[in-house]
Design a protein around this ligand. Sequence first.
Ligand code: ATP
Ligand code: MG
Ligand code: MG
Ligand code: MG
Length: 497
Amino acid sequence: MTSAELRQSFLDFFASKGHTVVSSAPLMPSSPNLLFTNAGMNQFVPYFLGEQKAPFKRACDTQKCIRAGGKHNDLDDVGFDTYHHTLFEMLGNWSFGDYFKREAIEWAWELLTRVWGLPRERLYATVYRPDEGDPAEFDQEAYDIWKDVLSADGLDPKLHIRTGNKKDNFWMMGDTGPCGPCSEIHIDLTPKGDSRGELVNADSPQCIEIWNLVFMQFNAEANGTFKPLSAKHVDTGMGFERVAGIFATTDGFKDFTKEPSNYDSDLFGDLFRHISDMSGRTYTGTVPKNRDDLSGQEMTDVIFRVLADHIRTLSFSIADGILPGNEGRNYVLRRILRRAVMFGKRINLPRGFFANLVAPLVTKMAPHFPELADQQEVILKVIRQEEQAFDRTLDRGLQLFDKFTLDGTGITGEQAFILYDTYGFPLDLTQIIARERGLTVDSAGFEAQMEQQRQRARSAQKKDVISVFEEGEKVHSTQFVGYNCSEISHVETTLVG
Ligand code: ATP
Ligand code: MG
Ligand code: MG
Ligand code: MG
């Protein structure tokens, strides 16, 4: 199966179970407390809350999600692991006051094991077990259903059902909004599949979460309480790139001798070929064991993943009307682009390389996301200009870095902050450059500077872009309806700065 076939087979499966196939919502969130759309359920919040009547009882889709700020922020892991992206597709099926836990669990199991043929003995389900003071009770209902489903397939429920607390098994979109206990499906990726469930929820690349089945029962109120919803709903989210990656690495879920990676799927192949052609380097798929001590090839492989990931985030966002800029989500986007450009420099990619990745991306993804082809010219223009502007700043920043470290001392917190604030150097990159030169960075000092900046911004009573980025504060949301010609030239004049 190609990734396109895999996506289609998910949608076809749920269509055959009476679900209406809907389109992905834009990345510009409809909720004011989100920076970006971060889960499939975002567009359905009014249905869960009973504010609007759903036009269908069941729906399914693939949703573009970005997790690079606010409550869900995976940016720091991107590139360093092989299964967190900034932008990814979340495949989902929903029940709006219709079916509940039994069908959700049975269908998930049917799709994974019967339709796709995932090896069932490698799969583990989790159910919610609260710690003291946590909302809701132990999810006995989900436990009993899993017990039936797994036993019917000859698996030992005691081994294959694990429990998790609020951190992993109680899903919340943000601090407020619809929420509930969840059951997640994890896959053991060890060569022999003999981890016996011990790696579940342990942040191990050898056992990753592929699908989250959320049972929406509550609304988290602003005062911290959990109010039961008037009806119960199902909200599921599956990591499309994860399943496509596992499928690709294991030759159709058959051979687990090599550790699966999202980047092995055909979603990333052409991007990697382009990066390889431009840099003269080869992607070998290594994953750093120790982030503080990367070999040359490990660094190259991290960079390939970062670039392939970040071009997706930039292109999809711009297509949905979110441009790099100085505040809120726009600033997040600018930082992601700068991160890409800085990483690209480290493997001597030529100026303007990042914009060159737009074409292969559009070719790959436009068949399912036509907005990319419709907006290709704008995407290209925006990225090109933003990249050029940053290239100029970057050269000055690197000169300053050299000046700061002329005497052989490390980078102070204040210096790291200047590099960050004025030249757009993310802390992780300052650390990497310093480490390569055998120098240290005072990251605690940097954090202190960041905090001071937040305080200054607060007392100045104006929105601070950094705290928005770090804390996901409320930001405006506007409806994007497409670009027109005058806006494209407007883009040109506002970008550089
Ligand atoms: P993880 O624990 O692996 O970070 P999560 O619990 O944060 O995942 P959910 O909020 O439950 O993820 O989202 C539903 C599904 O989306 C996950 O089961 C996973 O397969 C996928 N997913 C989540 N975050 C990412 C990401 N950053 N990149 C790719 N896929 C993701
Ligand atoms: Mg996560
Ligand atoms: Mg998780
Ligand atoms: Mg989860």
